[in-house]
Design a protein around this ligand. Structure first.
Ligand code: NAP
Length: 282
C-alpha cells in the first residue's frame, strides 16, 4: 500500500459527487496504484481537515461546495486561474501547505471548443447568467473564446456588479452588467448564453427565463449536468439552438485535476462520458 497515491474530493455534502467515479475510471484505465475517495468535511472543519489529509500523505484533493472560497483564502500559493476566479477547485499539497488551483475555467473552455467549435463567439457579445464561482470560471472561458463583450445578469444585481468590476482588469472583453429591463435586448444580440446559476439543478428551483428574444443562432450552454437536460436546454433545443450541458466541463476539469494529482493526462473519451451518464441515470 505504501506506493499508493491518495487523492479525493472534499465537500459538504459529498454523496452526490461524480468525481470519485470519474477518477476511479481513469485510475483503472491507466493501471495506476491510487485511490480517490469522497470526503465529507463540514465548512467549519476546513482547515483542520485539509491539514489532516496533507499529513496523511494525500497528493491533493478536489474541492466542491461549500469549500471553493475557503480553499482560495487558506492557500499558501495560488495559480493564476484561481486568483482570477477567487475560487479553487483543486488543492495540491506541497511541503507544509497547499497550492490552490482552478481547473473549472480551462475545463469549460476545452469542453465548449470540443462540442461547439472555436469561432462562434469571436468578436460577439455573450451573456452569462449568475455571479458565483461558476460564473467567474465561465467569464474566463468565454473571454478566451474571443467574445468582445461579456454581459452578466444575476438575480441579485449587486453581486453581478461586484463580479464584473472585480474581473474586468483580468479579461480582454468589455464587461457589462445587465438589469432586468435590458435583458431582452441583450438576448437579441448575444451569440452565446451560459447558465452559470444553480437554477434548474436537480432538487433546486427552476431558472425563470423566457427564450423568445434569444438570437436565433445563439449557442446555449448550461453548466448543470444533473439533470443532463435542464428545462433551459430542452426549451433551447426545441428552438433549434446549438446546445451543451455541463458534463463536458466536469470531465475536462477532472482530466486537468487527474494530471495534477496522479501525473498522467487522461484522454477524454465517449466511454468516460457514458460511464458518468449511466451512474446519473441509475
Ligand atoms: P454559487 O456560488 O452558489 O452561485 C449560485 C448562483 O446561482 C448565484 O448567482 C445565484 O443568484 C444563482 N441562482 C441560484 N438559484 C437561482 C434561480 N432559481 N434563478 C436564478 N438564479 C439562481 O454556485 P456556483 O458554484 O457558482 O455553481 C453554479 C452552477 O454551476 C451550479 O449549478 C453548479 O452545478 C454548476 N457548476 C458546474 C460545474 C461543472 O463542472 N459542470 C462546475 C462548477 C459549477 P443569487 O446571487 O441571486 O443568489
Amino acid at each position: 500500500m505504501s506506493g499508493t497515491k491518495l487523492a479525493g474530493v472534499i465537500g459538504w455534502p459529498i454523496g452526490h459527487s461524480l468525481s470519485p467515479v470519474l477518477h476511479k475510471f481513469w485510475l483503472e484505465e491507466h493501471e495506476i496504484d491510487g485511490e480517490y475517495v469522497p470526503i465529507a468535511l463540514r465548512p467549519e472543519d476546513f482547515s483542520a481537515g485539509v491539514d489532516g489529509l496533507r499529513r496523511a500523505g494525500f497528493t491533493g484533493v478536489n474541492v466542491t461546495t461549500p469549500h471553493k472560497q475557503s480553499a482560495f483564502a487558506f492557500a499558501h500559493a495560488i495559480d493564476n486561474a484561481a486568483l482570477r476566479c477567487r475560487a479553487a477547485n483543486l488543492l495540491i499539497f506541497a511541503g507544509d501547505g497547499f497550492e490552490a488551483r482552478n481547473t473549472d475555467a480551462a475545463g469549460l473552455f476545452e469542453s465548449v471548443t470540443e462540442e461547439l467549435g472555436t469561432d462562434f463567439v469571436v468578436g460577439e457579445p455573450a451573456l452569462i447568467l449568475g455571479a458565483g464561482g461558476a460564473a467567474r470560471a465561465a467569464i474566463l472561458a468565454v473571454d478566451r473564446l474571443g467574445a468582445a463583450e461579456i454581459c452578466v445578469f444575476n438575480r441579485t444585481e449587486s453581486r453581478a456588479r461586484d463580479l464584473a468590476q472585480g474581473i474586468q482588469r483580468t479579461v480582454h472583453a468589455k464587461m457589462r452588467v445587465i438589469s432586468p429591463q435590458n435583458l431582452h435586448k441583450t438576448m437579441e444580440s448575444a451569440a452565446l448564453l451560459v447558465n452559470a446559476t444553480s437554477g434548474g439543478m436537480r432538487g433546486r428551483s427552476q431558472l425563470d427565463l423566457d427564450l423568445h428574444a434569444l438570437r436565433r443562432d445563439a449557442a446555449v450552454v448550461d453548466l448543470i449536468y444533473n439533470p443532463l437536460q435542464t428545462m433551459l436546454l430542452k426549451n433551447a433545443r426545441a428552438r433549434g439552438h446549438p446546445c451543451m450541458n455541463g458534463m463536458g466541463m466536469l470531465i475536462h476539469q477532472g482530466a486537468d485535476s487527474f494530471d495534477a494529482l496522479f501525473g498522467v493526462r487522461p484522454t477524454v473519451t465517449r466511454a468516460v462520458r457514458a460511464k458518468l451518464e449511466r451512474v446519473l441515470a441509475s
